[in-house]
Design a protein around this ligand. Structure first.
Ligand code: C5P
Length: 237
């Protein structure tokens, strides 16, 4: 568990860029206003584990957002391979199923006290009801999210990635001791981009989010430090 000394420690800034030096510099500049960094597919595909290790040297908690979704054996092996990098969080797609998630949790547990928390991605925050219909899922977005969150919990995962709109329903279904990592966060003054199920940082925390993932509103701002500072202040420091 990371220590939450102030509300902005709940923010993981999404370093969705390919340049390692720029990622290191952003992490250094933002460290007073955010709690951790998230590196995902874009950064990892460009820079691999060495790139992650470079950014980790800044000393902030890392969320390695590679959203694994494969056969259980392969996902477990990927989780195992990630542990030397010491990420605080890794994640898998909950739609990969119960066995895949259980194997991922078991693989992380092998790393003992320093193991990553494994989160399940429910329904991507960029997806609307129409998008879900398009891939043949007949449930409502909310029912599908809650179904996947319960499956993640029962499979031994530590929490889920979900939209702020689903926090209340997931808390009801999965209880307090289940980490909710929430992307699709947009301050009132920021552009929406491709995110559809969005909420402001303060509203998401008030709704019960444990962590916020914020990317473009900070990284694409004219002044990323000012943007992060403004968000931190909106959260109360
Ligand atoms: O720029 P923005 O704030 O939209 O960035 C959101 C980040 O969170 C991206 O890195 C995206 O991959 C990630 N994410 C998401 N929805 C999920 C899981 C992760 O947007 N369900």
């Amino acid at each position: 568990m990371t220590t939450i000394a102030k509300p902005s420690d709940r923010i993981f800034v999404a370093l969705d860029i390919t340049d390692v030096a720029e990622a290191v510099s952003l992490a250094e500049k933002l460290r007073d206003w955010v709690g951790g960094v998230k590196m995902g597919k874009e950064f990892f595909t460009a820079n691999g584990p060495q790139g992650v290790a470079e950014v980790s040297k800044v000393g902030m908690p890392v969320f390695l957002d590679l959203k694994w979704h494969d056969i259980p054996n392969t996902v477990a092996a990927a989780v195992r391979a990630s542990q030397p990098l010491n990420p605080l969080f890794v994640n898998v797609h909950a739609s990969g199923g119960a066995v895949m998630m259980a194997k991922a949790a078991e693989a992380a547990a092998e790393a003992g006290d320093k193991r990553s928390q494994v989160l399940g991605v429910t329904v991507l925050t960029s997806m609307s009801q129409e998008d879900l219909d398009g891939v043949g899922v007949e449930s409502s977005v909310l029912d599908q999210v809650v179904r996947l969150a319960k499956l993640a919990k029962n499979s031994g995962l530590d929490g889920v990635v979900c939209s702020a709109k689903e926090i209340t329903a997931i808390r009801e279904a999965c209880g307090k001791d289940f980490a909710l990592m929430v992307p699709g966060i947009r301050p009132a003054w920021a552009a929406t981009g491709d995110q559809k199920r969005i909420m402001t940082p303060a509203d998401a925390i008030a709704a019960g989010a444990d962590y916020l993932v914020i990317g473009r509103p900070i990284t694409q701002a004219d002044d990323p430090v000012e943007a992060a500072k403004k968000i931190a202040e909106e959260l109360g420091g």
